[in-house]
Design a protein around this ligand. Structure first.
Ligand SMILES: [Zn+2]
Length: 337
């Protein structure tokens, strides 16, 4: 469903193998891996009210803050046309009588709420720009829920961007293997990621790499690193595999609808080079696509399970072309905003 901040209070109502079932509100339940949960004494309070709201900005971000009396669970979705962030806060009833809004908030156009259920409050944040640039949801020390909204960068060109490039797999996690030569996905994602880094740097973008050598990096490690770096965009490089050796083509993936345009621009740029299209895939539940903090695109360059795809991946000229095409897709995305 979502990532949660730490120390969120969850009411466990059942247990299944590795998961707890938790009751989020009267009508909503969820499952969470037991390894992510620690038990506390039973809560004394099951009903919660909202306090002060504030909408404001600082030099970097816009914020919506809502005072709660406990770290309650939440989930969020993105909407487009018009662009909105919609956050459901579970187990709380609105006791808010006004929403103070400061002109320092420049990306948030409107903020309001509805109470669709007695114990579910829905927060709407309408954005000024059509493109979603991401947001982070967390609590501060006083249980104030904060939705930190990323603004659209002022200059929409590569030289003004920080781009995170993630080479899939690595170390003990080898990924897919080539159908004829048994090459490892992890080695070729790294080669393509490094080509991409080179092209983006030539175009004066700042680039941060999740890995630059053959190291084992878990998904939580990648996520922590990426969140610290505050990139504007994330591109994750993978190579695909299918049980059917005729399956082929390039594909790009996104999870949230507001981040789709980047993945379409990259796919079109790549198929423009004569690559077969496997497709643009949405609602993709891959760890890094689950980040809401910045737009991300997962690129599955080719199928290693297809002879032709494998042959291409082995060709350094092809890898260079892929890097140029991905960078071209990012440029096209920025130019069309
Ligand atoms: Zn992979």
């Amino acid at each position: 469903m979502t990532y949660l901040d730490s120390n969120i209070i969850l009411k466990v109502v059942d247990s299944f193998k590795t998961d707890y079932k938790v009751q989020l509100s009267q009508l909503h339940a969820a499952y969470i891996d037991k390894s992510n949960v620690s038990r506390t004494p039973a809560a004394e309070q099951y009903q919660h009210l909202t306090g002060d709201w504030k909408v404001y900005g600082d030099s970097l971000f816009d914020y919506v803050t809502i005072q709660l009396d406990e770290r309650l669970p939440y989930k969020s979705v993105q909407e487009i046309h018009p662009s909105k962030i919609v956050v459901d806060i579970f187990g709380v009833t609105s006791n808010t009588n006004w929403i103070g809004q400061l002109s320092s908030a420049t990306e948030i156009k409107n903020a309001w709420y509805e109470q669709p259920e007695d114990d579910l409050m829905r927060v709407f944040i309408e954005l000024r720009h059509q493109q979603h640039w991401g947001y982070s949801i967390f609590y501060d020390d006083s249980d104030k829920l904060t939705i930190r909204v990323k603004r659209q960068p002022r200059a929409l060109s590569l030289k003004n961007m920080v781009i995170a490039v993630d080479a899939g797999h690595g170390g003990t996690n080898i990924g897919a293997t080539g159908v004829t030569t048994k090459i490892n996905e992890k080695d070729y994602t790294l080669l393509i990621a490094k080509e991409l880094e080179k092209v983006l740097r030539q175009k004066k973008a700042k680039v941060v790499m999740t890995r630059v050598n053959d190291t084992t990096l878990s998904m939580p490690e990648r996520i922590r690193f990426l969140r610290q770096q505050h990139p504007d965009l994330l591109i994750s490089i993978h190579l695909n595999s299918s049980p059917k050796d005729t399956t082929r083509g390039v594909s790009t993936y996104y999870r949230y609808i507001g981040f789709r345009p980047l993945s379409i621009a990259i796919l079109h740029s790549m198929t423009g080079a004569g690559l077969n299209e496997f497709g643009n895939v949405g609602s993709f539940n891959f760890s890094l696509s689950g980040l809401t903090d910045f737009p991300g695109c997962l690129v599955e360059v080719a199928f290693l399970s297809n002879r032709n795809g494998e042959k291409k991946i082995l060709n350094p000229g092809f890898r260079k072309q892929v890097a140029q095409r991905i960078a071209g897709g990012v440029e096209y995305f920025l130019k069309n905003l």
